[in-house]
Write a protein that binds this ligand. Structure first.
Ligand SMILES: Cc1cc2nc3c(=O)[nH]c(=O)nc-3n(C[C@H](O)[C@H](O)[C@H](O)COP(=O)(O)OP(=O)(O)OC[C@H]3O[C@@H](n4cnc5c(N)ncnc54)[C@H](O)[C@@H]3O)c2cc1C
Length: 426
């Protein structure tokens, strides 16, 4: 075959969708387990893109250049600048394509403020239903392509010269392909690799899928590929203790306060992205904080996939007044707003939040076309990588992660690789 894609998540499906526009290409997508699922499916499905027609219609002045500058300012990882710029240049094109060509109901999330984003640029589906709906839509589109075969329960188990080895019905099968695209995400579900590379994160809650076991890392090491930023992760400081759901990342921008076990404020709630907030919570006694918000804030976020899950799971309680809240906390809560912020009004919602890891951000170094590079900077022929398998956009430290970076890496590189493979004929 022409293109063997490993992994049917965000990067793999986008690669196959774009490459298969060339009718002369035969594309195979080999997936470990659709039943176990991919991170894109359990994600919020928020797509960061700068300079879309959705933003223009909402009067938001943005561009791929501004988007890239925001990401690089947060990560400080200038070695990634060319890849970041290429991904940000691709983002408006694929967000509009998903809407206009594939008929997905995209809108700009003016209600989705995030740290590290100089203007609103997260795009979401109209019902805020999250990544499962998006991935179903994209896979359905892939199912209409006659030159694509998606083979489930066929994990890749190694690379060979000019192809990949997959396992089918327990037996290895060598698949010959002119190009192999590694789109199998990172290694956050692999405890040994997490201990080796991310032990400073402590013992966080894990909020990703079971399939992210870093299968490609040893293959890439054997090929002499360069790996970077392996200690960096997409973390979350918004994980609800005892539930594993999360509260909305918009809440800190709606007057929410965070309190320690003594009811004291310890952080400017808007100063950190949710990945950076995780490190702050990790340092607290009990590695947890009380998050308090009110009805006005709740109204703004309740119709989102994250909050629906937390509501369903009983992840927060409501207290009629400050006295009841203090009794629940076991301490008098400091609800004094920071200058310029709104004051919460009773009744109060309370969730205990802790830190978790959602996905890794380190991986193999690629060039702006997704070609895998060796440590000497040379290209490994016939091998591409994107999404969580490649180096992410957070830089060497998890606090450099900006919301939307994950799917930008995945859909963006899938778009770039697929377009490049399809070439001018598509
Ligand atoms: C809870 C949560 C919320 C998130 N929210 C957002 C968000 O709103 N916006 C955002 O930008 N990012 C978000 N992210 C991050 C984002 O989901 C990931 O960065 C993105 O899905 C990575 O894409 P990918 O294609 O690399 O991997 P995935 O989407 O995880 O797909 C990888 C696929 O490879 C398969 N696979 C693994 N090993 C093998 C193998 N050996 N052989 C064959 N197949 C294999 C897996 O089964 C999976 O289907 C979130 C992540 C989590 C966990």
């Amino acid at each position: 075959m022409d293109v063997a894609v490993v992994g049917a998540g965000a990067c793999g499906v986008m690669t196959a969708l774009r490459a298969s526009r060339d009718p002369d290409l035969v594309v195979g997508v080999f997936e470990k387990s659709l039943r176990e699922g991919c991170n894109a499916e359990i994600s919020s499905g928020s797509l960061a893109a700068g300079g879309t027609r959705f933003q223009r219609a909402a009067g938001i002045d943005d561009s791929p250049e501004r988007h890239a500058a925001d990401i690089l300012a947060a990560s400080g990882d200038l070695a990634q600048a060319d890849v970041v710029q290429a991904l940000c240049a691709a983002a408006p094109a694929y967000v509009e394509w998903i809407a206009d060509e594939l008929g997905y109901p995209v809108e700009i999330g003016t209600d989705l403020p995030r740290a590290g984003m100089s203007v609103p640029r997260l795009h979401s589906d109209a019902g805020r239903l999250g990544g499962r709906r998006l991935m179903r839509h994209l896979r359905e589109a892939l199912g209409t392509r006659s030159n694509v075969a998606l083979v489930d329960e066929a994990p890749a188990i190694g690379l060979v010269d000019g192809g990949v080895v997959v396992e089918q019905n327990g037996a290895p099968l060598e698949v010959r392909a002119a190009t192999v695209v590694l789109a199998l995400d990172g290694f956050a579900a692999n405890p040994a690799l997490m201990k080796e590379h991310c032990s400073d994160l402590g013992d966080p809650f894990y909020g990703g899928v079971t399939t992210s076991t870093g299968d490609a890392l040893p293959w890439l090491v054997d090929l002499g590929a360069e790996l970077r930023n392996l200690g960096s992760c997409l973390r979350s400081g918004l994980v609800v203790v005892g539930h594993g759901t999360r509260v909305s990342p918009s809440l800190p921008f709606l007057g929410t306060v965070l309190l320690d076990l003594d009811g004291r404020r310890f952080v400017d709630e808007q100063a950190h992205g949710y990945s950076g907030l995780a490190a702050v919570l990790q340092q607290l006694p009990g590695q947890r904080a009380a998050m308090v918000w009110d009805a006005e804030a709740h109204e703004a976020v309740r119709e989102t996939e994250i909050m629906r899950e937390t509501v369903r799971g009983g992840g927060f309680q409501t207290y009629a007044d400050r006295t009841a809240l203090a009794a629940a906390l076991g301490a008098d809560p400091d609800l004094e707003p920071l200058p310029g912020r709104r004051r919460l009004a009773a009744p109060y919602h309370l969730a205990w939040v802790t830190h978790g890891v959602l996905a890794t951000q380190g991986g193999v170094v690629v060039d702006p076309l997704g070609r895998v590079l060796r440590t000497d900077g040379s290209v490994i022929p016939g091998l591409r990588a994107g999404g969580g398998t490649a180096v992410g956009l957070a830089g060497p430290d998890s606090k450099g992660y900006v919301s939307g970076n994950g799917l930008l890496s995945a859909f963006g590189m899938g778009w770039i690789i697929g377009n490049d493979l399809a070439g001018a004929s598509a």
